[in-house]
Design a protein around this ligand. Structure first.
Ligand SMILES: Cc1ncc(C[n+]2csc(CCOP(=O)(O)OP(=O)(O)O)c2C)c(N)n1
Ligand SMILES: [Mg+2]
Length: 566
């Protein structure tokens, strides 16, 4: 209850700051450690979603940060609540997403006694979060929360963790609010842009790679115009397919795990690579084999909002410290050469992409995930949002689905299983009128599948297309490659996923043949409920082009594996 003497509790001051900074949604698992903050939500305009597990709550917040560019907000209790949330915090770090996690803390007078669920958050999250702090004085909440918003968004975005001692949240203070924050734009210098222009004028075989965060719809549109004017092939790095329309005539394809060999050859053969926003980390760099380290064999122009990322792994020929938003708008000022040396290459690259992704490959079993992704790309509206976690099933998404609009593919570049389902819930919360489809593996889904109840509770009609092959397929694939025939700890005994969906109050349908998918999907949509479309996938169909037995036999013929990871 608000008092009328002008003073506010720490909890009230805190939630007021969130509203001022533009927060509309927050995600939590409650704890007695932050009851006073919860109580302040009661009268606030912020919609609070209560979840079943902190990993889901943290992933939902991360997905909001990832797709809006403004910090996603999550509240968790101390100790086990905080450690449960750590997966989402790690994703926000690796994926460069702005996020603020508020964590309960023991009362100030008890600290350092290892009181009930006490943790030293600075130590626990010190190497994951961008900044960790603990607020001791309610009068400093406006200052420190304002800093948290700026820190989460500025430069390379990332997660901030703020611990809230229980007694601090009920203490009263008279303190003015902070002003609303805005992320600080980072513009490239004029010299940067004229050097880039010179490099482009001298190039023979340039390619553009896009990734990272700090993009916007306007930035992707500006990039598309630049690509058209310069006839440049543009590829999207691992799980960043939403940064370039897959049917744009300059789109060269998805550049993640197992890219189109023609695209790989194109990037390897480029004399100029313009890398915008990404870090070119392990997955897109094909295990750090693509560019020589530290001196890339081609001219690398690296555009990144975080100054610390420039020269961290690769020494760029030209380093531009800029956010993709500002950089792409500055691209409008560049002039293409009169004679484009690489004329026609974007068309060839796009044709290579189209033929690589056009038709699903044949796989063993009654259900072909590739054909289902082809059906989805042809039948979902262009603004439908696809989300995914990690597992081999994702290979079919990246190869066959065609992402058309900004924000329409939401995945974890950190490869965190369990990501897709909570991310779908977050997307449906932000966009109640859009179709949201989560493509999940059987292992992947059950890492956060308990929050199916959250979908039902908040009437979020997401559709999970669940590729059930009865194994932790990715690991089994590596196992057969490295230790052929020695299967261990990769087999799964699954629940009846249709009954699972129904037990929670959702809709479930099983698909045993590809031809049955369209009707099953239509029934799921028509139900208006959170739904699971349960695909029975043959475990032999381990990638779009390889079978488990094939991998095992190849490995046995080659002398028993234990060669290398790939
Ligand atoms: C949180 C987490 N734990 C473990 C892993 C290691 N891992 C990567 S893929 C995978 C198996 C995925 O299985 P499933 O979701 O069934 O997909 P499939 O590969 O069978 O298509 C595992 C265990 C991970 N990436 N993330
Ligand atoms: Mg599986």
């Amino acid at each position: 209850m608000r008092s009328n003497d002008g003073s506010r509790t720490g909890g009230e001051i805190l939630i007021d700051q969130l509203a001022i900074h533009g927060v509309r949604h927050a995600f939590c698992v409650p704890g007695e450690s932050y009851l006073a903050a919860l109580d302040a939500f009661h009268d606030s305009p912020i919609a609070l979603t209560v979840c079943r597990h902190e990993s889901a709550a943290a992933i939902m917040a991360e997905a909001v940060g990832k797709t809006t560019g403004r910090p996603g907000i999550c509240f968790v209790t101390r100790g086990p609540g905080a450690t449960n949330a750590s997966a989402g915090i790690h994703i926000a770090r690796q994926d460069s997403s702005p996020m603020i996690v508020f964590v309960g803390q023991v009362g100030r007078s008890m600290r350092e006694r290892e009181a009930f669920q006490e943790l030293d958050y600075r130590a626990v999250f010190g190497s994951i979060a961008k900044w960790v702090t603990e607020i001791d004085d309610p009068a400093r909440i406006p200052e420190l929360v304002s800093r948290a918003f700026h820190t989460a968004c500025n430069g390379r975005p990332g997660p901030v963790v703020i611990a809230l001692p229980e007694d601090m949240l009920i203490e009263r203070a008279m303190v003015p609010d902070a002003a609303a924050f805005e992320p600080v734009e980072i513009w490239p210098g004029l010299t940067d842009m004229s050097r880039l222009q010179k490099l482009l004028w001298a190039a023979k075989r340039p390619v553009v790679l896009v990734g990272g965060s700090r993009w916007s719809e306007a930035a992707t549109a500006a990039l598309a115009r630049f690509a058209e004017r310069f006839a440049l092939p543009v590829a999207a790095t691992f799980r960043r397919g939403h940064l370039f329309d897959a049917l744009h005539p300059c789109f060269a394809g998805d550049f993640g795990i197992g890219p189109n060999p023609k695209l790989l050859a194109r990037v390897k053969g480029a004399d100029l690579v313009l890398l915008i926003g990404g870090r070119m980390s392990e997955m897109p760099s094909q295990g750090y084999t693509l560019f020589d380290i530290p001196e890339p064999q081609m001219k690398l122009v690296h555009v990144h909002p975080g100054a610390d990322e420039l020269g961290r792994v690769y020494h760029p020929h030209l380093a531009i410290n800029a956010a993709p938003t500002a950089f792409c708008s500055a691209l409008e000022g560049l002039q293409p050469p009169n004679e484009i040396a690489w004329k026609g290459e974007a068309e060839v690259a796009h044709a290579d992409y189209l033929s690589w992704s056009e038709q699903a490959t044949a796989v063993p079993g009654g259900v072909n995930l590739g054909e289902i992704l082809v059906w989805l790309r042809e039948n979902l509206p262009p603004d439908a949002i696809l989300t995914n976690g990690a597992g081999n099933f994702a290979a079919w998404i990246h190869r066959f689905y065609r992402v058309r609009e900004f924000g329409c593919l939401v995945g974890a570049t950190s490869g965190s299983m369990g990501y897709g389902f909570p991310a779908a819930l977050a997307m449906q919360t932000l966009h109640p009128d859009r179709a949201v489809v989560c493509i999940a593996g059987d292992g992947d889904f059950l890492m956060t599948g308990q929050d199916f109840s959250t979908a039902v509770q908040y009437q979020l009609p997401v559709i999970v297309v669940l590729a059930d092959n009865g194994i932790y397929g990715t690991i089994r694939m590596h196992q057969e490659r490295e230790y052929p025939g020695r299967v261990i700890a990769t087999e799964l005994k699954n629940p009846d996923f249709v009954a699972y969906a129904k037990a929670f109050g959702g809709f479930g349908v099983q698909v045993e043949s590809t031809a049955d998918f369209p009707a099953a999907f239509a029934a799921a949509r028509k139900s208006g409920l959170p739904a699971i479309v349960h695909l029975k996938i043959d475990p032999e169909a381990i990638t779009p082009t390889a079978t488990l037995t094939g991998i095992r036999e190849k490995s046995l013929a080659g002398g028993g594996g234990k060669t290398h990871r790939s």
